[in-house]
Structure formats: structure tokens, C-alpha cells
Ligand binder design. Structure first.
Ligand SMILES: Nc1ncnc2c1ncn2[C@@H]1O[C@H](COP(=O)(O)OP(=O)(O)OP(=O)(O)O)[C@@H](O)[C@H]1O
Ligand code: SF4
Ligand SMILES: [Mg+2]
Length: 330
């Protein structure tokens, strides 16, 4: 069953300028953070969005949970169009869709006790009174491995490690028994040794609540561990979508191939490495045609003129490239 459908979604942020720059500038400039992306997510799937810093992953996640307002396109959740739903219409949805943020140090209110942070959503949504919410929070503390729960309930965020704080963030998101989670780089800011345990915890809740997870990461190796499907983003666009092993074994887009070449555990012996030229371009004025063309070793003249569309290549594999790496020895 399709849980979430994104159709041609766009978000442009106006560039903040000084008074003098505004006076001299002819027209307003925009950062094209998300520039026309489409994908479908099936229930109980883990769908990963992967790409370099600044490619638009977080903005996509924030648009889906409607912490940002889209500029264009459609967001359809469980068959309902929520693209421009107002706060009142979004209220029942806020229970079903939760987000776990990247930074466990910034995402928890420093003045609240851990137990109150976890219990708060139950009170905000009028699901429980204070006493019931406390009992639920204590159970949840146990569930996320913060034991003894009575001790952790009374602590403040600054008394916890990064890994423990991310457990609190997961507990807060899960207390409403959501259907859909956006997990935005939930392990990138915590110690490497603790990452596997946090991912395991997330997967435990996936099974427990039949969750669908949009998992955001810059790390293909992490995405591979937990995803059913991976979508690769570059400069506000999705360039490739495929089932996880299909994408790792048979990347069709040069950018995906380059990402894979930079992860030692995903390098295949038979595959040549691909290193892209230069740096990621400016999202205010992205290159014409295919946004990768100034960096791509396979670029031909059409690449700078025409934007490639995301095309189906079999095996649930989609790629946006005029010259996908089919049958290439790479
Ligand atoms: N509120 C905002 N106002 C202006 N520009 C923004 C805003 N949020 C994001 N951007 C810009 O939009 C682009 C995409 O940002 P986004 O945070 O979505 O990327 P990301 O893929 O999550 O990057 P990272 O891996 O660094 O988290 C970037 O150029 C960023 O600077
Ligand atoms: S469309 Fe052209 S420039 Fe873009 S990735 Fe494909 S070959 Fe490279
Ligand atoms: Mg981000």
C-alpha cells in the first residue's frame, strides 16, 4: 500500500541580502533547496534519502512533516492531500507523523526534565492526563533502554550523553505510536560505537508499530544497513531511486557511482572508481540541463541543454541521466 506520495515538490528559500545589496539587485534570488522531486513510499518501508550536504534532504523531510510550507507540488499521505493543509487540518496528522532531528543536543528543551520531554506530546494531544502521561513516559524510558527509568525521568538533557539524548528523542517521537517517522541523520552526530544500537532501537519500533520510515543520511553504508529503497539526491533533485541492493550492485547514475566509490565497504573489486571533478554547484544558480554536467566525465552536449527526466529502467529502478551506466564496464 502506498503510504506517502510526493509529486513535483518544490521549496525555494529567498536569499537574505543586506540593505545595499537589496537596493542594487535587479531581481530576488532563491536557493532552490528542493526543485521538483517525486517519489512513492510504501507502508512499512524504510526509504532512505542520500546525498551530500546541502542537496535538500532535510528540507524534503521538513516539507513532509509540514514544518515547512511547500512552494509547489503535492504531498499525499494515506490518500489525503496535505500539501497546503492548515494547522487545524494537520492536527490529527501530527500524531501519526513524527520527526527525529539530527542534533540531539539542540532538539531537546534544556529546561525540561527528560520524563516531561517524553510525556509532553501525550498531554499536548489530550491523550493522557499528567499521571497517565508520567506512567507512559516511564514505560517508554524502559523501552528505549534508559534504565532505571525513575532516575532518567528526573534528569535534564545536559546530564545525558549524545547517544542517551538520541534515545530520548526517539522515545518522544514514539510515545504517540506514530505510523510514519522522518529520521533526519539520527546517528550522524553520535559516537560511531553507539550508532548500531540507535539504529537497532529504531528498527525495534518499526516492527512494534509497523512504522514507515523516511531515513535521511549522507552515508550510503548506513542507508544500506536499514533501507528497502534508496533515493539519491543531488542539488535539489532526485537522480536515482532503486531497491537497496539493486542500487549498490548496479548504480546507473554517475553521481551514485561516485558516492559508492567513496565508501570503502561498498567498493566492488570489478568496478572502477569514479571521482567527480570540482565541487557541488551553487543551489542559487544551478547548472543548466543536468545539474551534474560540469562535474560528470560522461557529459555530452545534450547534458547542458536538457534536463534528464527520472525514467524507469526495470527492477523498480529509476534514473535521471541521458547516458545511464547500462552495460558500461565500471
Ligand atoms: N531556512 C532556510 N533558509 C534559507 N536557506 C535554507 C534554509 N534551509 C535550508 N536552506 C538551504 O537549502 C539548501 C538545502 O539544505 P538542506 O538542509 O535541506 O540540505 P541537506 O541535504 O539536509 O544538507 P546537510 O547534509 O548538510 O544536512 C542548502 O543550500 C541550505 O543552505
Ligand atoms: S545526464 Fe549527462 S551530465 Fe548528467 S549524469 Fe548523465 S551523463 Fe552525466
Ligand atoms: Mg540535513
Amino acid at each position: 500500500m502506498i503510504e506517502l506520495e510526493i509529486i513535483d515538490l518544490k521549496k525555494y528559500f529567498p536569499v537574505q541580502k543586506s540593505f545595499l545589496e537589496r537596493l542594487l539587485a535587479r531581481e530576488k534570488q532563491f536557493i532552490k533547496a528542493v526543485d521538483g522531486i517525486s517519489f512513492k513510499m510504501f507502508s512499512r518501508q524504510v526509504f532512505s534519502l542520500v546525498g551530500e550536504s546541502g542537496c535538500g534532504k532535510t528540507t524534503t523531510g521538513r516539507l513532509i512533516v509540514r514544518l515547512e510550507k511547500p512552494d509547489a507540488g503535492k504531498i499525499v499521505f494515506e490518500g489525503s492531500d496535505i500539501t497546503f493543509a492548515d494547522e487545524k487540518q494537520l492536527r490529527p496528522l501530527r500524531r501519526k507523523i513524527q520527526i527525529i532531528f539530527q542534533d540531539p543536543y539542540a532538539s531537546l528543551n534544556p529546561r525540561m526534565r527528560i520524563g516531561e520531554i517524553i510525556a509532553e506530546p501525550l498531554i499536548v494531544h489530550s491523550i493522557a492526563d499528567k499521571k497517565e502521561a508520567k506512567e507512559e513516559a516511564l514505560k517508554m524510558l524502559e523501552n528505549v533502554g534508559l534504565t532505571p527509568p525513575h532516575m532518567f525521568y528526573r534528569l535534564f538533557p545536559h546530564q545525558l550523553s549524545g547517544g542517551q539524548r538520541q534515545r530520548v528523542a526517539i522515545a518522544r517521537a514514539m510515545i504517540l505510536k506514530p505510523k510514519f517517522i522522518v529520521a533526519d541523520e539520527p546517528v550522524s552526530m553520535i559516537d560511531v560505537s553507539l550508532r548500531a544500537a540507535i539504529l537497532k532501537l529504531l528498527m525495534k519500533f518499526k516492527t512494534l508499530y509497523n512504522l514507515s520510515i523516511l531515513f535521511i543520511t549522507h552515508d550510503l553504508a548506513v542507508a544500506r544497513l536499514i533501507s528497502d529503497t534508496i533515493a539519491v539526491m543531488y542539488l535539489g533533485k532526485i537522480v536515482e531511486i532503486a531497491p537497496t541492493e539493486e542500487l549498490i550492485d548496479n548504480p546507473l547514475h554517475p553521481y551514485t557511482k561516485a558516492l559508492l566509490s567513496s565508501v570503502p565497504s561498498l567498493i566492488r573489486r570489478k568496478r572502477e572508481k569514479l571521482v567527480l571533478k570540482g565541487e557541488i554547484a551553487n543551489p542559487i544558480n544551478p547548472p543548466s540541463g543536468c545539474r551534474l554536467h560540469p562535474r560528470c566525465p560522461y557529459a555530452e552536449s545534450i547534458c547542458s541543454r536538457e534536463e534528464p527526466k527520472l525514467i524507469f529502467y526495470g527492477n523498480n529502478h529509476y534514473v535521471a541521466c541521458h547516458f545511464p551506466l547500462v552495460n558500461r564496464r565500471y
